[in-house]
Design a protein around this ligand. Structure first.
Ligand code: GRF
Length: 206
């Protein structure tokens, strides 16, 4: 992408530790981006406090104020456009974005998921991994499409699953890697190193 620093819009519903990791990477010069706005669907999201501490503009858009998901999303789009956002990063955003949202930012919406997709999409990915008994899990940054955690993969990092892991211990180890992976993915997108929205072409297998 041209015009660095890349203007980011972050969407978060809760704790906001990935948002904080992105801010840290920007401050440390590891990510040529700036957060233009943080949007939350929850007035009590801790991410809002983190934004305030960094003097980053915020918007709270409450779903119950809108008649349907699309009208809600279009309001969020309006806020992002007003902030001249070039890339939207979902960071613990607990809503599935509508096709109308994706159409407003084609190939410009990314997400982080705490598993090695396509394994364990959806909620409680770390619990799903433990219940299945995998020996390796991890995290994935991917483009968002109309499915749930199903868009083209940008980066992944593996994390070993230990025999005595609990959902909490595994989540904590994966989170450490998320905090490195998400800023790195944004860095690569900002520098034009990631084909936007594209899946790699499938190879013919003999
Ligand atoms: C992270 O585990 C992320 O992968 C998932 O939701 C969690 C959000 O954590 N999508 P935080 O709000 O960034 O601390």
């Amino acid at each position: 992408m041209a015009d660095l620093p890349l203007r980011l819009g972050i969407l978060a519903s809760g704790r906001g530790s990935n948002f904080a990791a992105i801010l840290d990477a920007i401050d440390a010069g590891r990510c040529p981006a700036e957060v233009a706005i943080l949007v939350s669907d929850r007035p009590d999201a801790q991410a809002l406090e983190r934004a305030a501490a960094h003097a980053i503009p915020t918007a709270v858009v409450v779903p119950t104020d809108y008649p349907d998901r699309e009208k809600y999303d279009l309001q969020v789009v309006e806020r992002l456009r007003a902030a001249k956002v070039q890339l939207v990063a979902l960071a613990g955003y607990m809503r599935i974005v509508t096709p109308a949202f994706l159409a407003a930012f084609p190939d410009r919406v990314i997400n982080i998921h705490p598993a090695l997709l396509p394994a364990f999409p959806g909620l409680h990915a770390q619990r799903q991994a433990l219940e299945y008994g995998v020996k390796v899990s991890g995290c994935t940054v991917h483009f968002v499409d109309e499915g749930v955690d199903s868009g083209p993969i940008i980066l992944q990092q593996a994390v070993e699953v230990c025999d005595d892991d609990t959902e909490e211990s595994l989540s904590a180890r994966i989170l450490v890697e998320e905090h490195k992976l998400y800023p790195e993915a944004i860095r690569r997108i900002a520098r034009g190193e990631v084909p936007l929205g594209g899946r790699p072409r499938r190879q013919e297998v003999a």
